[in-house]
Ligand binder design. Sequence first.
Ligand code: PLP
Length: 827
Amino acid sequence: MSNNALQFQEYEYAMPQPNAERIRQSIVYKLIFILGIDPKDATPENWLNAAMFAARDLMTESFLHTRRAHESQRKRMVYYLSMEFLMGRAFTNALINQNLYEPFAQAFKELGLDLGEISEHEADPGLGNGGLGRLAACFLDSLATLRIPAMGYGIRYQYGMFKQEIVDGQQVEKPDLWLDNDMAWQFSRPNKRFLVHFGGHCVHFDGKVTWQPAEQISAIAYDEIVPGFGAQVANPLRLWTAHTGDLFDLSKFNRGDYFAAMEQQQKNENIANVLYPNDDTNEGKVLRLKQEYFLVSASVQDIIDRHLCRFPNIKTLADEVAIHLNDTHPVLAIPELMRVLMDEHHLPFDEAWAMCQKIFSYTNHTLMSEALEKWSVNLMLNLLPRHLDIIYKINSVFLEQVKASGYDDDFVRRVSIIVDEHDGQQVRMAWLAVIASHKINGVAKLHSDLMVSSLFADFAKLFPERFTNVTNGVTPRRWIAVANPPLAALLDKYLETSDWRIHLDKLVKLNEFSGSLQVQQEFADVKRAAKVRLADYVERELGIKISPDALFDVQIKRIHAYKRQSMNILHIVHRYFQILDNPNADWQARVFILAGKAASAYHEAKHTIRLINDVAKVINNDSRVRDLIKVVFIPNYSVSLAQLIIPAADLSEQISLAGKEASGTSNMKFALNGALTIGTLDGANVEIHERVGDEHSFIFGNTVEQVEALYARGYNPYEFVDNDPDLRRVFHAIANGHFSPEETSRYSALMHNGDHFQRYADFRAYVDTQLKVDAHYRDQAAWRKSAIINIANMGYFSSDRSIEDYCRDIWYIKPLTEQELPNNGRG
Ligand SMILES: *Cc1c(COP(=O)(O)O)cnc(C)c1O
């Protein structure tokens, strides 16, 4: 009998069944026999771990069925390569996606425990910086839910994003050892092991090139299970760890230099040690390049192995496989695949290149020059000589074609992958991505248009058909069902279906109820409960009392000059002064909530955090403002904090300088949870505003065209400061130490920094628009109606829609049908 005939059902006696009693038994069994802990001694973490093992058993069935379907159906597959996956906590999400939340809650109740409380003990793995990594996580959720044959590839950093503490108002970074807590969720795959090489030189012999590397290291896989909603499909997220094992620096070992070889081993194991904590900047560090190559080399080898298991011939690879590059970080996959096809499978350059151009697609995430990856030719020559060779060849073939099409020398120079800079020749990774990919997409309509008209304008002339848009989305499973169960219940009731979780367009029916006082009241109750929950957290963690009756005004995201948290502060300080001037006016009480991490070497961003905390200290302790303003900086922003904060927000601050935020996704999460947006015409704000309408959102500030015109005529910040007495007052107060009396020059540089992101130009429009927000909020019925209309019109911003766009327009991938999967749905 072939193993294939084995049915999982035969093992049913050993499987926990999805009823509370069997789940309770399973949890206790795991606690005792997997973790070796006596129930009388078990801590909440122990119970959580035991429950995660029990839940994993149930998911594993979908996981293995999905694998069988991938093998037997042989459908074209997409591989999503990303240096970051910001998954958030897995447990509650898995229970909800597998329709197991209720029986687990019941099982815990019978054990005298509370599931909600226990799940708060899960570590939140921060394997990403911000939006880009969270997008990858939302996409994995949608890929599994939509039954797309797909797999994610990333790095299993031992230390993810640092833990942020605030000490004396300043950010302090602490290592985040997330692996200590989380073993249940990942299957280790010691037999999925690939060698990754570095350094050495190329040998040319008999018309063939071979790479003789100097170092090698193993990549070993861990598979995290990504359960789709409805319990039919669970896809793997394959994360690589670095391991030298019995392999050492070859040259040193051969020279008999045992100790140096061991030292090198230590260094190599550093490869997967730590996530680079940079968002929208590029550092150009050797270890980062090694990490990038480590990811793509292991993944490309695995992809080819998997192909050759399903199909007899490497030549059909491009028919069966799509590889997606999340930003330029995994772009080395292009020369790596070329190298494997040419050097190991002996395909000629032209054939390998044609295959690559069918296989790869690339998402651009930023137009800002400081974020565009360039690697020095010298560094590449040392670390990846064969890949540099291949990049040169790709470039020369490409440039010959460009010349042959009649373009002038200047144009040819501009589109060259290799560029001369003051510090030597550089490889432009975005150029390589564009030249090798059949599709290149931006992440919101505005961003995709700007991408074609600015950064890639030359390439858009050469390959207009390659450029497209896929507006980002977020998963309603995590961002409503997991983060905001009371809102989910309200939607179930008024939409009369639970289907909105997978057909978010169904929210549109809520428009019919926006005027209903009954629905408005129920929405207000849901919002208030979330505000109370957040207020409790803030009091418990920070000792600050905030009133849930105040308007919660929230800006949570990475701290970055272009996102303009400091413009938010300008408004807060302005409002503070106005209240002191007119204490008896009819002020709307507000709580300003900010959170976000600053890259550890980004001094301006760190100063901004300090300014927020200094301003908070002065205002929160000034009895004259009573409770009209509170300012709260919540430390250690993460996915789990976002899930706590976003449901509680009344107002969503999306105030980046127009043209700088590629899409934004927190703007979508907020609107989906019934917050109104105050924002610029930037990124996806434009499309949110289009759908929600002018009456129900607050758009202000210069447009991209106006911003460009200001830059073009020579932007002078003092022109705006000098001409607006309110701004002048706020500006001088901060710059001269009103909020930092112990060090009056502390914020002088932050205020006098040339204002590259035009805070002062948008100040007046911003503060005027904030008055409109107050007026709207004063009419509670009108505000609640607007909030409901926001939710109703967010259907488009489901990551399911984004993934459908990718499948149709970029990857040419079809989902598994229900018939192609063994029927094990618990949905
Ligand atoms: C959604 C999300 C982001 C992205 O926020 P933006 O405001 O779009 O930049 C960043 N970090 C976390 C934890 C998120 O959940």
